[in-house]
Design a protein around this ligand. Structure first.
Ligand code: HEM
Length: 361
């Protein structure tokens, strides 16, 4: 009898051990599930705070660029003749007879003053938003240098941009200062876009591209080079555009009717028109290369199409400016579209430089 009893006891002990091991395995699996849930929760929390905030900041910065273009087109750049106050006050007057002593009433226009004042207020809001973005980057992405550094650089630049705004007024709309003001605004947008995208796409650096198969290394290299070509050509085009704008600005002060402002027959104007065709052709080749050599890169193709679409619309707007008597509304559209184009190219560059599957940034 003793044999079967020990035999049963051993079987029982073994089965208890097996179930214990099973329990252990279950516990290990459960633990890993909990850890991965924790990780994904952490990711959602990080993305949830930083990503929308930086996106709002980007949209607000674009709005500020559009308002800045409106100020320029309306000729309201000196709507507030002093800085940082406006007609010596933090809240400007609404009527000429409310001006403080020492200001020339003939300089005052309610619309221009308030347009410039709203532009300045929006600048302050953007400054605060960029500061909040930096704080959020510091709290959530302190160890992600591709998020923290551009956010810090954007914050430093927005301070510099505030000072430049003062110089614009002090130097009475000097074209070079205005050009620098535009370039810094575009740099800020580029940095904000970069930090936003790095936080938003941080998971794809580990999990691989979200949008399917990868093209060959040679195809990626070719597409990247083409993208840089489009970016550089567009930057030269923007700089030429600001030169054309400088001349238009000088003509604004003369009695020449708007219809006679253009065509100028002057080299930056001619170069600006011809380069527009080259930029558009380069953007078309870029889109073709993406479709031909990287058909599975869906988001890359989308942004290549947007870059091409924006250059085409810019040409139409430019023609409207050149042959339609430089309408104010088109001045705003042309400048705003330029900033959108620079943004689209920055996004494209970011997308084609994302690390490949399994490769960390
Ligand atoms: C890729 C295409 C183009 C880009 C990226 C571009 C960009 C620009 C930029 C950034 C400015 C300066 C705006 C400012 O500072 O207020 C500008 C001004 C100007 N552009 Fe273009 N442009 C393009 C095509 C064209 C074309 C095809 C024409 C004419 C046929 C044109 C005509 C003008 C004119 C007349 C101005 C002066 C407008 C003003 O004073 O507000 N542009 N452009």
């Amino acid at each position: 009898m003793s044999g079967p009893v020990w035999y049963r006891a051993r079987r029982n002990a073994e089965s208890i051990c097996r179930s214990f091991r099973g329990c252990c395995r279950v516990a290990v699996v459960l633990q890993s599930v909990v850890i991965s849930m924790e990780r994904s929760e952490k990711h959602t929390e990080q993305a949830g705070i930083f990503v929308p905030l930086s996106l709002v900041t980007i949209v607000a910065t674009y709005l500020l660029i559009a308002v800045g273009a409106l100020v320029r087109a309306a000729g309201a750049g000196l709507g507030c003749p002093d800085w940082p106050r406006c007609f010596g006050r933090w809240i400007p007057p609404t009527r000429a007879d409310h001006l403080p002593a020492g200001f020339d009433a003939s300089q005052f226009s309610t619309i221009n003053t308030w347009l410039e004042y709203v532009n300045r207020l929006l600048g302050v809001v953007i400054g605060l938003l960029i500061f909040a973005t930096l704080l959020s980057a510091w709290r959530r992405h302190r160890h992600h240098r591709h998020v923290l550094w551009p956010a810090s650089a954007a914050f430093l630049l927005v301070g510099f941009q505030g000072w430049l705004g003062g110089q614009v007024v002090e130097q009475e709309l000097d074209p070079n200062v205005l050009t620098l003001h535009l370039v810094v605004a575009l740099l800020i947008v580029g940095l904000l876009l970069y930090t936003h995208l790095c936080a938003r796409y941080s998971r794809t650096t580990v999990d691989g591209r979200r949008d399917g198969g990868e093209p060959s290394f040679d195809a990626i290299r070719g597409i990247r080079r083409l993208a840089w070509l489009v970016a550089c050509l567009t930057l030269v085009q923007v700089t030429l555009g600001t030169r054309v704008r400088g001349v238009v600005q000088a003509l604004e002060k003369t009695a020449t009717p708007r219809e006679d402002w253009l065509p100028l027959g002057w080299w930056p104007d001619l170069a600006h028109r011809q380069l527009a065709v080259v930029v558009t052709a380069a953007a078309a080749v870029l889109l073709w290369a993406v479709i031909r050599f990287a058909p599975d890169w869906r988001d890359v193709r989308t942004w290549a199409s947007r870059v091409l679409g924006l250059t085409a619309v810019q040409i139409i707007a430019g023609l409207g400016l050149a042959y339609g008597g430089v309408p104010r509304a088109l001045q705003v559209v042309h400048l705003s579209l330029s900033s959108l184009l620079i943004g689209a190219i920055s996004i494209f560059l970011f997308l084609v430089y994302r690390p490949l599957s399994g490769q960390r940034s």
